[in-house]
Design a binder for this molecule. Structure first.
Ligand SMILES: [Ca+2]
Ligand SMILES: [Ca+2]
Ligand SMILES: [Ca+2]
Ligand SMILES: [Ca+2]
Length: 604
């Protein structure tokens, strides 16, 4: 160290602190007058005749169903809580029929170490009972904060297991034989440690063992020392501080080998689809602060970043949140919805709907389809809520309110101005975080109602208020689950610092439907990657690809669901299994779930 540099350094720090304080003060004063207008964050309201025609209706019934869960705001650094309401770890949901009784169960992750997760067992479609404690799944994250959970039969014994990702080192719970119970086997994760917001599952190298696709938001580091100064007000320049996508291969001995480490990024979600129809699952990573990455699977040998070729490279600085693949346009090909932040004038990054125009090619039709704007959006889930044959889209949203803010009126300031100011502040000044005020009375883009985009005559219309979806919570994770098996797809939503919500689909006079419970080749209870084509009499084709953990922090009901509208018989269904076998299944009953078993159809 040069003589005198220490004195220079403290003088610089004093100067820097003063500049930061003045900058903050000015934006706080300005912020009062320039708060965003909540009603401007949505698409224009639909015409009255569309609202009158929209049949979709939901009842929120979490309490009466016994889905008793409230997300606890947890920060890796206790000091962060007072000034960083946006940094709490989010909840997650994972749906599956865990015990095989024909009713879908709901698992909910509570990120705070020491607080129990919930496994809500579905008691015949009318109510749920939390059995997490008795089956060994309540206390899954004592050492580390919980992140996502995913159900799959990882050890190929025919019983569903649970992978619990954590902020730190992950763990696996294998389902025992006999009475419903799970045994923790962290040894099978071989101390693969990272800080993911997203986990997905596919057989990436076609060896019959399910692999993990992990979207790491942060690098593999101790977050307690990392979060406050380095990340919170991160910018595009700070992107090297993100984690990126890992593919970790499964094997008889557990998850041992990392096949691929993606470009550094603050990855929020990983969606899987075979984008170029070559039979190998590809990965789309939605990222903060940098471009969203399309990663092409090179026949199981590794992945290559094909962004800019397969899909335009979007460089708007604060990129996607969600990665939800769906075939929404009767094209027989999977398109991709990527949620984003829209709260003008601060952020005008729209949701993107990437329509697949050919093998491995996508163009954005979000604006013309009417789904580009839905506030600060997180999870988007496609399902045919009125069973008319066209997929609809449920989007949840909202971001960050201080701990003293319970209603919109209680928020004295918008956090956005302060944040934007700090982003523009040089990093050496940003470290003077002690000058940042207590944000307990602030909100960023909270108190937004969700969007229910009804698909009607070739485009989408937001009918959420008319459909009964009016809560103003900060929705993070959502999962589709037809919990009462009536063919109307219900939605469970986990919110930041608030109770779980359960939107029961009570649409009157829905169309006909069919549901398929796919049972894969031996050792693959949920055949991730299976493609199902429904060839309709009108010449159009509907398609599903089984990746129930696609999207943001919510694993769906794994049953494949098709709305049929007025059609009273089920057309033949073509199933392409993950190993390449193609079978046709005919004579399925309408308005019912059917078990579709590998090897039981007519070969093609
Ligand atoms: Ca198993
Ligand atoms: Ca594999
Ligand atoms: Ca519909
Ligand atoms: Ca239902």
């Amino acid at each position: 160290m040069r003589p005198g540099s220490s004195a220079l350094s403290s003088a610089w720090k004093r100067f820097g602190g003063a500049v930061t304080a003045i900058a903050l003060l000015s934006v706080i004063v300005l912020g009062k007058r320039l708060q965003t207008t909540p009603d401007r964050v949505y698409e224009p309201r639909p015409p009255p005749e569309v609202l009158r025609a929209s049949p979709i209706r939901f009842h929120e019934e979490a309490s009466s169903l016994g889905l008793d869960y409230r997300h606890s705001l947890y920060y890796p650094d206790p000091e962060a809580g007072s000034y960083l309401p946006l940094m709490a770890f989010p909840p997650a949901i994972a749906v599956a029929d865990v015990d095989g009784d024909g009713w879908m169960d709901v698992y909910v992750v509570q990120p705070q170490p020491g607080l129990p997760n919930r496994l809500f067992h579905n008691e015949g479609g009318t109510h749920f009972v939390d059995i997490a404690e008795q089956v060994g799944l309540a206390d899954t994250s004592r050492a580390y904060a919980g992140s996502m959970a995913v159900w799959a039969d990882f050890n190929r014994d025919g019983r569903l297991d649970l992978f619990q990702s954590r902020f730190g080192c992950h763990t696996l719970f294998l389902q025992d034989a006999g009475a419903l119970h799970f045994t923790q086997r962290s040894d099978l994760v071989h101390m693969y440690c990272s800080n993911p917001k997203a986990v997905n599952v596919a057989d990436m190298n076609h060896d019959g063992w399910l692999d993990l696709v992990v979207g790491n938001y942060y690098p593999a580091t101790n977050l307690a020392s990392y979060l406050p100064v380095n990340h919170v007000f991160g910018t595009a320049g700070a992107n090297f501080q993100g984690g990126g996508t890992d593919v970790v291969l499964g094997s008889p001995g557990g998850f041992a080998r990392i096949l691929f480490r993606g470009p550094s990024a603050h990855t929020t979600a990983v969606g899987i689809s075979d984008i170029d129809d070559d039979g190998w699952p590809d990965v789309f990573a939605a990222n903060d602060y940098t471009y969203d990455q399309m990663l092409h699977n090179e026949a199981g040998r590794g992945l290559v970043d094909v962004t800019g070729v397969a899909i335009p490279r979007v460089e708007h600085g604060l990129s996607g949140m969600d990665a939800e693949f769906a075939e929404f346009d009767d094209s027989g090909a999977m398109s991709l919805f990527v949620s984003n932040m829209y709260f003008p004038p601060f952020a005008t990054t729209h949701n993107l709907l990437w329509k697949k125009t050919g093998p491995g090619r996508f163009v954005n039709v979000g604006d013309e389809q009417g789904v580009a704007r839905c506030g600060w959006a997180w999870t988007g889930k496609f399902a045919d809520f009125d069973d008319d044959g066209a997929l609809d889209l449920f989007v949840i949203n909202g971001k960050a309110r201080g701990e003293r803010v319970r209603t919109k009126e209680e928020a004295t300031r918008s956090f956005a101005f302060v944040r934007n100011s700090i982003v523009a502040t040089p990093p050496q000044l940003r470290e003077r975080m002690s000058l940042v005020p207590d944000f307990g009375g602030y909100q960023l883009s909270a108190f937004e109602r969700s969007c229910v985009f009804w698909h009607h005559e070739g485009r989408f219309y937001d009918v959420a208020p008319e459909a009964g979806v009016t809560d103003l919570e900060e929705g993070q994770a959502a999962a589709l689950v037809d919990f009462d098996n009536d063919g109307r797809m219900d939605v469970v939503v986990a919110n930041m610092g608030a109770p779980l919500l359960a939107y029961h689909d009570v649409t009157p006079s829905p169309g006909h439907w069919v549901g398929l419970d796919l049972v894969g080749p031996p050792g693959m209870r949920t055949p991730f990657g299976t493609k199902v084509f429904l060839h309709r009499d009108d010449g159009k084709t509907q398609m599903r690809e089984l990746y129930p953990a696609n999207g943001f922090r919510g694993q769906n009901d794994p049953r494949v669901h098709f709305g049929l509208g007025a059609v009273e018989h089920v057309p033949d269904v073509e199933v392409r299994w993950p190993d390449g076998r193609v079978e046709t299944f005919g004579g399925l009953a309408v308005d019912a779930y059917a078990v579709v078993r590998y090897g039981a159809g007519s070969p093609r």
